[in-house]
Design a protein around this ligand. Sequence first.
Ligand SMILES: [Zn+2]
Length: 261
Amino acid sequence: MALARITVGDVEIVALSDGEGARPASWMFPNNAVSALDTYRDLLTADGDVVLNFGCYLLRADGQTVLVDAGNGPERGGPLLEQLAEAGVGPDAIDLVLFTHLHGDHTGWNIDRETGRARFSRARYLVPRIDFDHYTAAGSASVARDIAPLANLGALDLIEGERVLTPSLTTLPTPGHTPGHTGLVVTSQGARALVIGDAFVSRVSLAEPDWPVAADWNAEVAARTRHALLGRAARDEALVALSHFPAPGLGRFDGAHWAAI
Ligand SMILES: [Zn+2]
């Protein structure tokens, strides 16, 4: 299947996937009775699972090639590298790799495990400082494997706040899923998009933004961020890209519903 591409003004966004997984909805939304989840049966599999795409996004903006998130990596055998090739982008063509956060399903392809070198050899790797500090202190295995070597290689830039990456691309703190979770705001020719990682992991959270999500670092902060993003996307009439929504994870918030495109 051809890769999904959209344009936002002069910026091109290509949706990539590093495969698919599933988690029981009863695990993902632990504070809710099964009867409450039943309302959202049509968003789940017959077994009551939430299907998770492992989405990454390739942006071409202002002459820069930017990869947002780097998938699960070689253990799960996902197709991210093949899809990058299909998009016409070799590993050495990427200028910036931005991580929405430092969970291992977003950092997996960073390092060539055979050589220990940075796989995206020319790229600066942009990592939210708050996540770097938090998960380094916590002894995260995936940060030790996928991120710490980049610091030794001098390829890592720790970022904070709203940071202008190119004239069309600015980062946006979106904490809650992790303490340093960071989105990307695309603005070009009056059009906007929000690339917001795991701020919403399931479509259920669009209808129930206050429901705690099992993988979130802080339920209250995550809920506040979801409300803020729902408001912002509506105001800006923004396209939205979400890592774990059904592939390609591109669409718009339509009230409590997801309008995929
Ligand atoms: Zn994730």
